[in-house]
Design a protein around this ligand. Structure first.
Ligand SMILES: Nc1ncnc2c1ncn2[C@@H]1O[C@H](COP(=O)(O)OP(=O)(O)OP(=O)(O)O)[C@@H](O)[C@H]1O
Length: 388
């Protein structure tokens, strides 16, 4: 359900807009307000996905409403409704954060398109805020090994630049974590961080996912849609598992990197984007280049800075800290007391032949906490702590 607030003093316009929206989709739930003051009361007390707001109104005009919404609920897109005399004002409201404007009398197609686009954008913003919360809570980088220290130094040095970074390393070693820190510590942290798992998207869909498409570009393209590059504008795009991307998508990504421009699938209109690219892979890209699966020119564009995340077996000295950290987190998640691991238990864990996977270590710690005694001993580890 998309909740739309309609702030408009002219009853006839309210009626027309409400009718168009309600008839367009059962998903649109429209609430009406007769002026800015009433509208703002509603904004403060309820959650809306979109606000349509007239510019000229008594008591509190549209520009004041827009400014107030930006202060209290900046994530809600606001579309201005402009009359004959205030088209200039409408254009100017875009500079102070209006999503778009429509003119009176409302044109059906333009109205519905704008509403759809604004609702799409809202979803992205909400997702981004959710991810950011997750980042600060769940993205600690534990470890004092030389390898982790080196990675942290690299992050400090390159985060605030716009340099592209390629992160390599086996699965579950913390590549995504590094990417998140690069974004969080950069000047782009106020902008979005958009993640794309290139391996999870079928090759025929990846271009449209990354660059968007226009209506009719292919059979299921029933409306215009922005892609991840556009969504990441002024922020960072994280291309995870880039080694799995098709050659045709690689060519398009290369163009985006060379020219800072993209075009939606099915359109030849260029769209300028300001996006920092961070990529990661567990593949040996040099080998992929030799086998003609990966473009060498793209590799050089991406790997301006290379951060290699080593497997856990090469930084076993971090295991005690990681066990302690996971034990704490798991206790919090399960609402139980933290369990202590004896020195012998840690020693046995360190002897485990870790193939490099921190995710796997976390699972083992969780299993031990569930199955072991009040204190986790080496016996517990021998019984329940094997890798599989
Ligand atoms: N140094 C670390 N300290 C604490 N937690 C870590 C560390 N490194 C990784 N983790 C955690 O381990 C899990 C796996 O890490 P992450 O997803 O970053 O790995 P990845 O290399 O991107 O994996 P994949 O290749 O499978 O995508 C995550 O839950 C992450 O938070």
């Amino acid at each position: 359900m998309a909740k739309i607030l309609l702030i408009e003093d002219e009853a006839s316009i309210r009626r027309v807009l409400n009718k168009i929206l309600s008839e367009e989709s059962k998903e649109y739930e429209v609430t009406e307000a007769e002026d800015g003051l009433e509208g703002m009361e509603l904004v403060k007390n309820e959650d809306f996905d979109l606000i349509l707001c007239d510019i000229k109104m008594p008591k509190m005009d549209g520009v004041e409403v827009l400014e107030a919404v930006k202060k209290v609920k900046p994530e809600i897109p606001v579309v201005m409704i402009s009359g004959h005399g205030d088209l200039d004002t409408a254009v100017n409201t875009m500079k102070i954060g209006a999503f778009d404007y429509i003119s009176k009398p409302p044109d059906l197609n333009r109205l519905l398109n704008t509403v759809r686009n604004a609702l799409d954008r809202k979803e992205l913003v909400v997702e981004n805020t959710r991810l950011k919360k997750k980042v600060s809570k769940n993205y600690q980088m534990i470890g004092e090994s030389d390898a982790i220290k080196h990675i942290k130094e690299m992050i400090e040095k390159v985060a605030h630049t716009d340099a592209r970074v390629l992160i390599t390393g086996p699965n579950g070693t913390g590549k995504e974590l590094v990417a998140h820190w690069l974004h969080q510590k950069s000047d782009r942290s106020k902008g979005p961080m958009v993640e794309v798992n290139c391996a999870a998207i079928p090759s025929e869909l990846i271009e449209s996912e990354l660059f968007g498409h226009v209506k009719g570009a292919f059979t299921s393209a029933n409306k215009d849609r922005a892609g991840k590059f556009e969504a990441a504008n002024k922020g960072t795009i994280f291309l995870d598992e880039i080694g799995d991307m098709s050659l045709s998508a690689q060519a398009k990504v290369l163009r985006a990197l060379q020219e800072n421009k993209i075009s939606r699938v099915g359109s030849d209109k260029d769209i300028k984007v300001d996006v920092r690219v961070i990529a990661a892979t567990n593949k040996d890209l040099k080998k992929e280049i030799e086998e003609n699966n990966f473009r060498e020119d793209l590799y050089h564009r991406l790997a301006v800075i290379l951060i290699e995340v080593p497997p856990l077996k090469e930084r076993k000295e971090d295991i005690p800290l990681l066990v302690d950290y996971f034990s704490d987190k798991i206790a919090q998640e399960q609402g139980t007391n933290k369990k202590h691991f004896t020195e012998e238990a840690i020693k046995v864990l360190k002897e485990n032949e870790w193939r490099g996977n921190i995710r796997e270590l976390r699972n083992v710690v969780e299993r031990l906490i569930i199955l072991g005694g009040n204190e986790i001993t080496d016996e517990d580890v021998k019984l329940f702590g094997s890798r599989f």
